[in-house]
Every structure is written in structure tokens, then in C-alpha cells.
Design a protein. Structure first.
Length: 110
């Protein structure tokens, strides 16, 4: 969430059937052209997002491997990772990036 303008929200919802972690920021969001490919190796949105953010603080990779590696590790724990634009209660375009990690437990009857 290195492109957040001022805020990053992390929430964890837990119930008997699922554990859901969400991370949302108030930055420019993910480029729509890459949204369906995020989490694949060598897919980077860095250049497109840097054009939308006037000041960049800190380092950051450029190879497009960070989300890929994180997603592989999370999936090995049984999680489903999804990427979207928009914070809860906001307009999707330009309203920040949203990453959801969902661990669903056994469903009734399984």
C-alpha cells in the first residue's frame, strides 16, 4: 500500500465459517488495465501508479514479484486473495486499492 495518500485501513472479520482480512488505502487504486492480472509474476503497476502520485516515499520493487510471492504464500495456507479498487462506501475509480484475503473454513456437511 505504498501509494496511499494519507491512510491505510486493515480490518479482520472472524466468524465460524471464515476469516477475512482486508487492506484498503486512499491512494489512486490499481490501474484497471492490470487489475485482473495482479498476483501474476512480473506484472507491475508501479509506472502507471507513479504517474498518479506526486510524491513517492520509500523504496519499492519494480519486478512485479511482490504480490505474486505474497499471494503464493497466502494460497498455501488455504486463502483466496482478490484485488479491487474502492474503499467501502466510496466510488471505485480513484478511491484506493483494496486487497482481500479470505480463509473459508469447512462448510456445513463437509
Amino acid at each position: 500500500m505504498q501509494f496511499a495518500t494519507t491512510r491505510v485501513d486493515v480490518t479482520l472479520q472472524c466468524d465460524p465459517s471464515a476469516l477475512v482480512l482486508t487492506v484498503a488505502d486512499d491512494g489512486p487504486g490499481f490501474p484497471v488495465s492490470l487489475l485482473e492480472r495482479l498476483g501474476e509474476p512480473y506484472v507491475s503497476d508501479r509506472d502507471e501508479r507513479l504517474e498518479q502520485v506526486p510524491v513517492r516515499v520509500g523504496g519499492g520493487g519494480t519486478m512485479g514479484l511482490g504480490l505474486f510471492i505474497a499471494q503464493i504464500l497466502l494460497e498455501r495456507t488455504g486463502a483466496i486473495v482478490s484485488y479491487a479498487n474502492g474503499r467501502p462506501g466510496s466510488t471505485p475509480v480513484g478511491a484506493g486499492a483494496l486487497v482481500t484475503v479470505n480463509w473459508s473454513g469447512p462448510q456445513p456437511g463437509e
